[in-house]
Design a protein around this ligand. Structure first.
Ligand code: OOG
Ligand code: MG
Length: 263
């Protein structure tokens, strides 16, 4: 591992464990490239694995207009999620130990075969075996959760902190259908509402893009992994006592809700 990646990953790792925000990495390493940032991210995951964590999911980030505007960044990225980050439905979510957590509404897909390389939307869809609503909790390690560059956010594992995946829904007959599924995010007042097409123009596109991006990093998403496709609308600051819920509804069909109670 190159010494810079290792040093930067340790900086982020320690900040997370101490719940202490730090200066963006590009303040001291202005030339940090996207490629080097993914090396820092990978080293951060290696540190988590050496503490006993297991990779169970992947996520795409900055896939919707709402998110890109919120963060002032314009390119899709990926992050890696471990079992320690996965929340269980019904369990209260403790804000203690977090820096400035924000929740956002997501669609998650589970894949039945390994994912890597350049594939079509139909090929991506053929390996999906479950669809579920998900709430992601972000917690950037950077001061004020803002004004960072793409390499900063990639190195910080795309601001990942925690995630909750709801019960799976039947897979629709065609990936185009997902574009018309509605995400309603409430707390309990309406925070945001969007259709699936907000995500990458078509949610399956996130899986296609992830496949290419992981290949660029010499990685494969293993069979059985969940993938969060990227929030449909901006993230919302979490406060103690907030009960955030996401309904994912397919037109004329069933829906599923997932709820997170912050303490
Ligand atoms: C980066 C993470 C983006 C999403 O769903 O777009 C993300 C950030 O907003 O800090 O997870
Ligand atoms: Mg997200």
């Amino acid at each position: 591992m190159n010494p810079t990646a290792s040093e930067l990953a340790t900086r982020l790792h320690d900040a997370r464990l101490a719940a202490h925000e730090i200066q963006r990495l590009t303040a001291t390493h202005p030339a940090l490239s996207v490629q080097e940032a993914y090396a820092v991210q990978a080293e951060g995951i290696r540190l988590r694995e050496s503490a006993g964590e297991k990779v169970v999911a992947y996520k795409m980030g900055l896939t919707s207009e709402g998110k890109r505007r919120q963060m002032g960044l314009n390119e899709a990225i990926f992050g890696v999620l471990t079992d320690r980050m996965q929340l269980r439905a019904g369990e209260p979510y403790r804000l203690q130990g977090r820096i400035h957590p924000k929740a956002e509404p997501e669609i998650a897909l589970r894949i039945s075969r390994p994912l890597s390389g350049v594939i079509s939307a139909d090929e991506a869809w053929s390996i999906v075996d479950q669809v579920a609503p998900a709430i992601e909790v972000l917690d950037s390690r950077f001061i004020g959760f803002k004004y960072f560059s793409l390499p900063d956010v990639i190195a910080d594992n795309a601001s990942s902190s925690d995630f909750l995946i709801g019960r799976g829904l039947a897979k629709p007959s065609h990936w185009k259908d997902l574009e018309s599924w509605r995400l309603s995010f409430t707390a309990p007042q309406l925070l945001s509402e969007a259709l699936g097409l907000e995500i990458s123009g078509s949610p399956i596109r996130s899986l296609v893009d992830l496949s290419r991006l992981v290949q660029d990093q010499g990685k494969t998403v293993p069979a059985g992994s969940w993938v969060l496709l990227g929030a449909a609308t901006p993230a919302v600051a979490l406060h103690s006592g907030m009960r955030v819920s996401l309904s994912l509804d397919c037109p004329g069909g069933a829906g599923q809700r997932v709820e997170l109670q912050a303490l």
